[in-house]
Design a protein. Structure first.
Length: 117
């Protein structure tokens, strides 16, 4: 089982990035997929989630209207489109998958996002 994130980097305030998370080793459609982030000295927090079967999305209040989570079941990939980035969005972003049937959960290795001028 693997979750592999990519797409992080350094971006100026107001800029955009798209994170990708490719899943393998489990039935993607059976999993709820989420993005979390952890800034230095802070606890890991939920950013966005999507129920892959129904497509239901939820977002942290701090990113609503700026971030969009989406998925491509054919590619077993979940995305996080991040627009109008702010310095406070700087963190390591993690992909997380949890089974709708309680059979397991998995974390990716994380990708660094830095928003700075």
């Amino acid at each position: 089982v693997q979750l592999v994130e990519s797409g992080g980097g350094l971006v100026q305030p107001g800029g955009s990035l798209r994170l990708s998370c490719v899943a393998s080793g489990f039935t993607f459609s059976d999993y709820i997929m989420r993005w979390y982030r952890q800034a230095p000295g802070k606890e890991r927090e939920l950013v966005a989630g999507i129920a892959t079967a129904a497509g239901i999305r939820n977002y942290a209040d701090s990113v609503k209207g700026r971030f969009t989570i989406s998925k491509d079941n054919a590619k077993s990939t979940v995305y996080l489109q991040m627009n109008n980035l702010k310095p406070e969005d700087t963190a390591v972003y993690y992909c997380f998958g949890v089974s709708r049937y309680g059979t397991g959960s998995y974390w990716g290795q994380g990708t660094q996002v830095t928003v700075s001028s």
